[in-house]
Structure formats: structure tokens, C-alpha cells
Design a protein around this ligand. Structure first.
Ligand SMILES: Nc1ncnc2c1ncn2[C@@H]1O[C@H](COP(=O)(O)OP(=O)(O)OP(=O)(O)O)[C@@H](O)[C@H]1O
Length: 631
């Protein structure tokens, strides 16, 4: 608290106190100083003369005091060094004292330090009011707030050459842990010192808070959204089950709590909000402040900061056998497993996901599963194929338009696909095919999180998770100048490559699962020779091609029939399969070729339903040769 006295009134006030032993009237000296003088007189201190016999810790006792405040010292030291660098050569010193007023650390100019030494401003000395009268450190501890004590406001006459600015440092548990103080020659008093000290004390408090609660879920709040991040913001740390375990002074005041309430108050007792809602908000909205009502009816704006512990305890950890939408895509292939595992870790983190992979590998299905595995499940999943949109329509389709923008447009305008994804997930398939002009516009949307519809001027806020997909090499597209570099980095928060079907090791399980989904009551299976041919086939159209083939074959099954044979396959595919031309990765050793050719012969015989003449014809060899081969 700043004092109000001038030199003249202060001289009068001191005269009354020193000469007559009376407390001066409040108009002569500030209340803080007056009350401090009163405490000093009550403690039996005499303002003039008197021996310098106040306590000073030394040796083991001082070492113990330092040890008790190791954390405070470690976090205060860098801040003190910064303060000192700002006040160097100004006949002053920066002091850290503990909660008992014992000076722990001192940085200062050599000349001033020796003057200060003479009045016991040295390590180990206690500067509690009852020991050394009114002073920055002692009075800040007594009033539990920041103070300036200037010149002869100090109770003891011999401290009159000092000007002190001090601010208490609260611990992350809401109690006072120490004091930061700058003392200098009173003639060199600088008006900014007080603000400096208060800000520095808060820096130390923040460092302590983060050191103790950095892993926990933290809330930063203020009655005004703009107040978050300022010196006046409240800050609390929550335990994994939602109890308030740490708070700064502002938080205690804003929530009407005492330090003893910490560890004994669930957040839901002071704020009308559930823990899970705070976590969901943090996951979905990041730094955006959440309006939350106090039980007393006032509104606070709360920024949720999710620490490491939050992710471990609130967000389901990556269970291997998790039953979510992504797990449905796991049919045993190691590459897919890895992709699913990685994607699951990204769920709910608002990181733009870029899916790479050949056409038809299931990128859209994967994106949809990613959406459904997260907290945006139930919100829109909007897929846009950038390759199939006519260039002239890309803009209006994506960004929407305002009424009356062009002839033939809908009277009421259109929100566009991006705004339709608000709250959910936007999936931009074949992003590599988006025209350059629209890339620039999309980039703005992603940066600003706002859409300006075609023909409009008013930006509309949007909130969505972004998943993009491409079968193109976007880096090559960038180098060729067809894809914007800045957009590439925006959409590529994390990229995942989905394997081509021919690279997958789980063909049989995958095919069986697709058949099961297509005809849940029929137990449809592939004839063995077909299963073998399918497993070896290159599947240029990937899952899309496989799904189509299986759907057609299932449709061609007679009633009561449940085995898909060669007759259920389209001719062109059967031929491809039989000629082996498109089989995947042919092994190159003679032995493997022999095995392969035997397998092919066996397949053709099976496809010919054991009819050797037909098999020989299909293979282009005589019946006798065929018989020799199969002997
Ligand atoms: N695991 C799966 N199970 C069943 N069907 C699947 C699976 N994966 C993909 N499909 C089907 O394959 C087809 C192609 O999938 P999708 O459209 O997701 O692939 P894509 O890679 O996005 O294709 P493109 O890049 O050419 O648009 C879809 O009909 C989809 O339903």
C-alpha cells in the first residue's frame, strides 16, 4: 500500500511519536504506516537509538532456513537476477525473505550492500516488524500485501536512509511463503519500483505454481474474459477427482475461499460446472474462455489448461482393445494397427490430421471413425471431395453464399460445407486437387477460424476438427507450385499413411468381416482358391474394389448358397486373377516361381470346378501336360 504523507507531515508525525510517545493523527501519515508504528510501539520498540540486537540466523540455523525454502529460492533467483539487472547502479539491492522475515538471498551494488550491512540488511537477519520495526519486508508480512516504506516512515530512525518496496509471495497452496523486496537510497526512489516488485513477485508465484501443479488440470479465471492472463487473474489447480488443491491469492478472493479450504473443496462447490465438462471444454476449445457461473450468481470466464495428469486420468488412455469406432477398422494388420493407435492419441486434440494413401484404401472411412471416436461424435461429419467439385462451384460449396449472390442461387443463401461442419469434423478428401485460389481462402478460414460467405462481408465463426486426405504427393505438388506451402503446414498437423490393400497382412479377416457386414445372417465365405487368388491379387482399387466385388458376388449367390465361387466373379477380374499378371510382388527365386505356378494351376483347376479340359484350355496347355503337372 502506498503511503500518503509528504516530508512535512511525516516530520510532524515522527515528532509526535518520538518526542511525545504518541501516535500521530491519520491525516499526517498513511494508515498502513500508522498501524505498523502502533504495532511497533506495542512490541516495545524504541524509534531512536537502541541496540542492534535483533535476531540473526547463522551457521546451521541459517542453512536450515535456506533448506526449508529451497524451491522458493530456486524459482526466485532468476527473477531476482532479472530485477537486479534492471536496477543495477541505482544504489539498491534486491532481497528475498522467507515467511518469518529472514533474509535468504541478497543481490546488490557493493557500495550499497556495505551501508545496508550496518543496519543488518544481511543474510540471516530477521526483519519481522517486532524485530526491526516498520519496513518493506516486515510490514508486507504483517499486512499480507505489497507495501512501500519510504525514508522516515521506517519506525527505527537508523533505517531512515532507506526506501523499500516489497510484495509478499504466495505459495501455490494459498499461504504466504516469502517476500520480495527492493531497498535503495531514499533519495534515489524510483516511481516504477513498486510495480516492478509486485510483477516480479507474481512471476515467482507463477513459477512455483507451475512447478507444483504444472501436471494438473488448471483453471485461470476472471470476471472479464480479458482479465485472464493479467496480474488479477485467479488460478486454481484441480486434483484428478476435481478438488481444488492449489490457488493463488486472486483465486481465493474470487472464489471466496481461505487457504484452509484447499484440498477440502470440490470445484463443483464453488462453480456451477462438472469436472468432465471442464475437461471436454479444454479438449475441444483449447484456450477459449468458458463462461461459468459461481453459486453466488456471478459469471467467471475460465480458461482450462489440461496438464499431463489430466490426459492420463480424464482422457481414456490408449487401451489396446478399445471398443471405439477406430477399433472396428482393426482386423489385425500391423500397419493399420499403428495408424489406429496413433490416431487414437490425437482424438480430441484439435490437431489437423492428414491421411495419405492410395485411392480406395479407406481414408474417408478412417476419418469418419476418427470423428466418431472423439468427443465430437454426434456432431456433423462433413465430407467434401475436392476433386469432384467443379472449379466454378468450389467456392460457394465450401464457403457458402449470402442471399442474392448470383442468379439461380437459393433465396436464403447457403451456409456452405465448412459452416455445416461447425462443432464437428470437416473432411476434405483429395485436398491436393483444390484450385490454388480456394487454397488461399481455405488457409484464411483455418487461420482465423472464421468463414466469410461469397458475396458477404461478415465473418462467421466456425469450430471444427480438420481431417484432410490425398493420394497425391503433396510435397511434389508444393514444389511444382500447385499446392501452397503454408496450407500444407496448416493441414499437416500429423500425417498418417494408410496401407494399400495388397500391403496388408489381414486380407482374410478383412474380407470375412466385410462379408459378415454385408450379409449378417448368411455366413457367406470365399471358396479356398478364390481366397488364395484374392490374397495374391494387387487390388489397384483397394478396399473400394474389394467391397464392390464382394457385394456383387454376394448378390449373385443363389438362395441358400453361401460360398462365393469363380462363377460369381466378373469375367475380367477372374481373368486377371487367373493370369497372375496382377498378383502382388512376385517372388523372384526359381523355387518360388515353381510354387507359384503350382498354386496358379491348382487355382485354375478349382475355378474350372475340377473340369480338367476346361482348366487346360484356360491355362493354354494340353490336358496331358496338365495331368503331368498335377501328378
Ligand atoms: N475396413 C473397411 N471395411 C469395410 N469397408 C471399407 C473399409 N475401408 C473402406 N471401406 C469401403 O471402401 C470404400 C472406399 O473407402 P473410402 O472412400 O474411405 O476410401 P478413400 O481412400 O477415401 O477413397 P478416395 O481417396 O478414392 O476417395 C468405401 O465404400 C468404404 O466403405
Amino acid at each position: 500500500m502506498l503511503t500518503k504523507s509528504t516530508d512535512t507531515t511525516l516530520r510532524k508525525a515522527r515528532h509526535l511519536m518520538v518526542e511525545r510517545g504518541e501516535l500521530p493523527p491519520p491525516e499526517l501519515v498513511g494508515t498502513t504506516v500508522l498501524q505498523s508504528w502502533s504495532r511497533c510501539l506495542n512490541a516495545g520498540l524504541v524509534p531512536i537509538g537502541g541496540p542492534e540486537d535483533a535476531p540473526c540466523l547463522e551457521g546451521f540455523e541459517f542453512a536450515r532456513a535456506v533448506d526449508r525454502q529451497r524451491l522458493l529460492i530456486a524459482h526466485a533467483r532468476p527473477v531476482m537476477e532479472y530485477l537486479y539487472s534492471q536496477t543495477r547502479d541505482s544504489a539498491s539491492m534486491v532481497i528475498l525473505a522467507d515467511d518469518c522475515g529472514v533474509l535468504l538471498e541478497i543481490l546488490g551494488d557493493a557500495d550499497f550492500l556495505s551501508r545496508a550491512e550496518r543496519v543488518s540488511l544481511r543474510q540471516g537477519a530477521s526483519w519481522l516488524e517486532q524485530h526491526r520495526g516498520t519496513s518493506g519486508i516486515g510490514t508486507a508480512l504483517a499486512v499480507e500485501g505489497p507495501v512501500v516504506v519510504h525514508g522516515y516512515e521506517h519506525f527505527l530512525e537508523r533505517h531512515g536512509f532507506l526506501s523499500c518496496a516489497a510484495a509478499p509471495i504466495a505459495s501455490p497452496n494459498g499461504r504466504f511463503q516469502g517476500v520480495l523486496n527492493i531497498s535503495g537510497d531514499y533519495r534515489a526512489r524510483h516511481p516504477h519500483t513498486f510495480g516492478f516488485v509486485r510483477a516480479a513477485a507474481q512471476m515467482i508465484e507463477n513459477r512455483l505454481f507451475n512447478a507444483l501443479h504444472g501436471d494438473a488440470l488448471r483453471l485461470r479465471f476472471h470476471p472479464l474474459a480479458e482479465g485472464i492472463g493479467t496480474i488479477a487473474e485467479g488460478k486454481v489447480a484441480l486434483s484428478e477427482d476435481g478438488w481444488i488443491v492449489g490457488a493463488n491469492q486472486a483465486a481465493l478472493a474470487l472464489l471466496g475461499l481461505n487457504p484452509s479450504d484447499l484440498g477440502a473443496t470440490p470445484v463443483a462447490h464453488v462453480l456451477q460446472v462438472y469436472l468432465k465438462d471442464l475437461v471436454h471444454w479444454g479438449l475441444q476449445r483449447g484456450r477459449e474462455p468458458m463462461p461459468v457461473m459461481r453459486h453466488t450468481g456471478e459469471c467467471l470466464f475460465v480458461r482450462v489448461e489440461l496438464g499431463r495428469k489430466t490426459f492420463q486420468s480424464f482422457v481414456p488412455r490408449e487401451p489396446e482393445a478399445k471398443d471405439d469406432a477406430l477399433s472396428a477398422l482393426d482386423t489385425g494388420d500391423a500397419q493399420m494397427k499403428t495408424a489406429i493407435h496413433k490416431a487414437r492419441r490425437l482424438v480430441g486434440k484439435s490437431i489437423a490430421l492428414l491421411l495419405r494413401g492410395e485411392s480406395g484404401v479407406g481414408k474417408e472411412l478412417f476419418a469418419n471413425a476418427f470423428h466418431n471416436a472423439g468427443l465430437r461424435q454426434g456432431k456433423p461429419f462433413v465430407a467434401v471431395n475436392c476433386a469432384t467439385l467443379p472449379e466454378s462451384l468450389v467456392e460457394t460449396e465450401l464457403f457458402g453464399y449470402v442471399p442474392g449472390t448470383f442468379t439461380g442461387a437459393r433465396k436464403e443463401g447457403s451456409p456452405g460445407r465448412i459452416r455445416s461442419a461447425d462443432g464437428g469434423t470437416l473432411f476434405l478428401d483429395e485436398i491436393g486437387d483444390m484450385p490454388l485460389a480456394q487454397q488461399a481462402r481455405l488457409l484464411r478460414v483455418l487461420q482465423e477460424r472464421e468463414v466469410v460467405p461469397v458475396g458477404g462481408i461478415k465473418p462467421m465463426p466456425v469450430d471444427f476438427d480438420l481431417v484432410c486426405a490425398t493420394h497425391r504427393d503433396l510435397k511434389a505438388e508444393m514444389e511444382a507450385g500447385r499446392f501452397r506451402e503454408d496450407l500444407y503446414y496448416r493441414i499437416n498437423g500429423f500425417n498418417l499413411k494408410l496401407p494399400a490393400l495388397r500391403e496388408r497382412s489381414d486380407f482374410d479377416v478383412l474380407a470375412a468381416r466385410i462379408l459378415q457386414e454385408m450379409a449378417p445372417d448368411r455366413n457367406v465365405m470365399l471358396e479356398d482358391s478364390i481366397a488364395a487368388a484374392f490374397a495374391a491379387y494387387a487390388w489397384p482399387g483397394n478396399l473400394r474394389q474389394l467391397v464392390n466385388v464382394l457385394r456383387t458376388a454376394t448378390a449373385l449367390l443363389d438362395e441358400g448358397e453361401n460360398i462365393i465361387g469363380w462363377q460369381h466373379l466378373p469375367d475380367d477380374l477372374a481373368e486377371e486373377l487367373l493370369t497372375d499378371r496382377h498378383t502382388a510382388a512376385l517372388p523372384d527365386t526359381a523355387e518360388n516361381l515353381k510354387e507359384l505356378s503350382e498354386a496358379a494351376v491348382a487355382r485354375v483347376i478349382a475355378a474350372s470346378r475340377g473340369n480338367m479340359s476346361e482348366a487346360a484350355r484356360r491355362l493354354g496347355i494340353s490336358r496331358n501336360t496338365l495331368y503331368r503337372r498335377v501328378k
